[in-house]
Design a protein around this ligand. Structure first.
Ligand code: LMR
Length: 333
């Protein structure tokens, strides 16, 4: 890891009259897997807008949504080889190169969306595990921010009021061992699939269900092929906004500052829109009339939680760090 060729990378125009360093222009390719209308898609657009404005056109940003350029299976490799410069994958997508990022996959790490800002702040136990990740740094990946989607809901074609009702069902997961253990603790099985494959897998019955925030369910039309959603709020989808570090370091200092400030603005914007976009997506699903959304009583939600907390958390103490797990468990009580 770390040996990255910069040939043909994001820097262009060096030979096109750009003698002075400040005449040089750069382009950033930003690839992601969701639609432009989602919390990540909207924040990506904001990032582009602010970068282009503040750099006075010295940096252009091209956004490639919907896995159209790279998808879950190849985007991190594309980042490391500088074929793209910026990504915002869900934390679970980093499991192979930085397993500690699975901290954000821990079931019931959040009780409600109001907990999100504190739990993922750069100073929190979970935030530090991501911002200060040595594994990411060793892979030439610089963290510029954390974006939210929101809390995950369960979907399938079966009413899911109790953990027992998941027994025998198969669920699509992101490639995260923590998520596998979560579903197995509920008696279900788990199949990792790329995001772009989820709708077809549900439609064709390759898997019975999946978990995602409303925004992802609605924008992928999953609700049209899933008759039941349980409003479980049982987990989180957070995105790690990352840039190829060698590309970042190759930028003049003033442009490095522009990129980081733009990332900060896009992060703030993302936090503003994430909850609203998810509420709107839930309303769209309700209005479509294809899916019954089940609200759990506090006791019913607790029954799902009791199956996985603290057992799944403790199962990953070695991967995530025993001190981190202790700190998170202490915050629960
Ligand atoms: C998923 O794979 O379900 C999500 O990570 C997709 C996304 O980027 O929100």
């Amino acid at each position: 890891a770390g040996a990255v060729a910069l040939a043909g990378c994001g820097a262009r125009g060096a030979g096109a009259g750009g003698d002075a360093a400040d005449g040089q222009t750069f382009s950033i390719k930003f690839s992601h897997v969701v639609t432009p209308a989602t919390p990540k898609g909207q924040a990506a657009e904001r990032f582009k807008q602010v970068v282009e404005e503040r750099s006075g056109g010295r940096i252009t940003v091209e956004i490639y949504p919907n896995s159209e350029l790279y998808g879950d299976k190849d985007e991190l490799q594309a980042l490391q080889s500088n074929s793209v410069q910026v990504l915002a994958p869900a934390s679970a997508k980093f499991t192979t190169i930085a397993p500690a990022l699975q901290v954000l996959d821990l079931p019931f790490l959040f009780d409600s969306v109001e907990d999100i800002p504190e739990v993922v702040s750069p100073d929190s136990a979970a935030g530090k595990a991501i911002y200060e990740s040595e594994a990411l740094a060793a892979n030439n990946i610089k963290v510029m921010g954390l974006w939210d989607n929101g809390l995950k809901q369960l979907s399938s074609n079966t009413e899911m009021r109790t953990p027992e009702s998941l027994a025998g069902l198969s669920f699509r997961i992101q490639p995260s061992d923590v998520l596998r253990s979560q579903f197995e603790s509920w008696g279900a099985s788990a199949t990792p699939l790329a995001f772009a494959e989820v709708y077809n897998a549900l439609q064709q019955g390759v898997v019975d269900g999946q978990e995602n925030p409303y925004s992802n369910i609605e924008s992928q039309n999953m609700h049209t092929v899933q008759s039941h959603i349980t409003a479980s709020d049982h987990g989180y989808i957070g995105y790690v906004l990352v840039i190829n570090n060698q590309f970042f370091e190759s930028l003049p200092a003033d442009l490095q500052a522009v990129v980081q400030e733009s990332a900060d603005e896009a992060s703030a914007y993302n936090r503003e829109v994430a909850a609203t976009l998810n509420e709107q997506a839930r309303t769209t699903i309700e209005e479509a009339g294809t899916t019954t959304i089940l609200e759990l009583s506090p006791e019913e939600r607790q029954a799902f939680k009791d199956r996985v907390v603290p057992s799944v958390w403790q199962q990953y103490a070695d991967v995530l760090g025993p001190d981190l797990i202790d700190a998170l468990l202490a915050e629960q009580n």
